[in-house]
Write a protein that binds this ligand. Sequence first.
Ligand SMILES: NC(=O)c1ccc[n+]([C@@H]2O[C@H](COP(=O)([O-])OP(=O)(O)OC[C@H]3O[C@@H](n4cnc5c(N)ncnc54)[C@H](OP(=O)(O)O)[C@@H]3O)[C@@H](O)[C@H]2O)c1
Length: 330
Amino acid sequence: MSLSLVGSFLRKQICVKLPVPTASFTDKTIIVTGSNVGLGLEASRWLVKLGAARVILACRNVEKGRLAAEDIRSTTGCKPGTLEVWHLDMSSYASVQEFADKVIAELPRLDVLVANAGVAPTKFRITEDNEETITTNVVSLALLALLLHPKLQQTAVQHKTQTYITATGSDLYLWANFKERSAPTGQLFATLAEKTKKTDMLDRYNVSKVLLLLFMRQLAALAPLTSSNVIVNVTAPGFCESELTRDYNPAVNYAMKILQRTTEAGSRTIVYGACAGPESHGQYVPECQVVPAAGLVKGAAGAELQARVWSELRAKLEAVRPGVTGLGYL
Ligand SMILES: NC(=O)c1ccc[n+]([C@@H]2O[C@H](COP(=O)([O-])OP(=O)(O)OC[C@H]3O[C@@H](n4cnc5c(N)ncnc54)[C@H](OP(=O)(O)O)[C@@H]3O)[C@@H](O)[C@H]2O)c1
């Protein structure tokens, strides 16, 4: 653990004050994944307050989603029909495809996809063909983003507007050891899916955020703004109180509160990602400003890792839904 990373973390948590969102989301249709609790719930509340016409809470537990929608309605007094709860389970490729197919068939427009759902489990568990963190935080996120990109592109053209895919990343990507990257060519994801004595579940979440950032950079490169008008960026809310560490020891969770932001404060960074300027395309945007890539995603080594990750991820996604990486509408 580097002292400069610890110093930078403490400085940000203690000194940085996040700007209160003021942008207008009037007329916008927005999907927020993982919005029944935590940062997704608070980001959805902001988006409703800022005038969004239609906010879809995409949740794996629809009952929890309904309670969240009721909570937002009661605090914002929004019009009936502004909020809807749709089922989406990011641990299932079938669910992701069913959700995306419904979006394409039923929504007249889609302005913003907030890809926020995420997990940080301490136990190794396989869902689909990966360890759960990798399926939920990376592969399903990539599948959903690629399936919905043409819809966002279409909305941008038809309504002469800017549309967005913004994913919730984490500064913990800078802390990743990512020992699995020494795997032979073509074996990165397979290695992450193997439980061995060397498997480090404390590092796994950090690795997932490296992979997420590399995928989003790749998507931005595949769909440059000159041809797509869909801004693709990665936000990071800092360390916030939420249910993310629900698997941790309660004493550890209690102790961490001292340094945590509220989820409301952290959610402002997500709202920023959903209305940031074109300079944010393909960029990491923690705490409401673009910062240069660092750590494992930096420079030539980062570009090489990105190419390797994309080569494997593309093959996985094509196996799930042939043609999905072709970004149909472009
Ligand atoms: N809190 C932080 O300090 C922090 C810092 C940096 C980044 N982040 C990122 O912020 C995002 C939101 O996390 P949070 O802190 O708000 O945690 P949280 O309170 O645990 O919320 C996570 C959300 O994701 C949902 N989710 C988990 N697995 C899912 C699945 N398979 N399908 C659909 N939804 C699923 C959860 O639903 P259930 O309630 O049903 O589990 C919940 O709504 C995550 O991507 C996280 O990595 C958090």
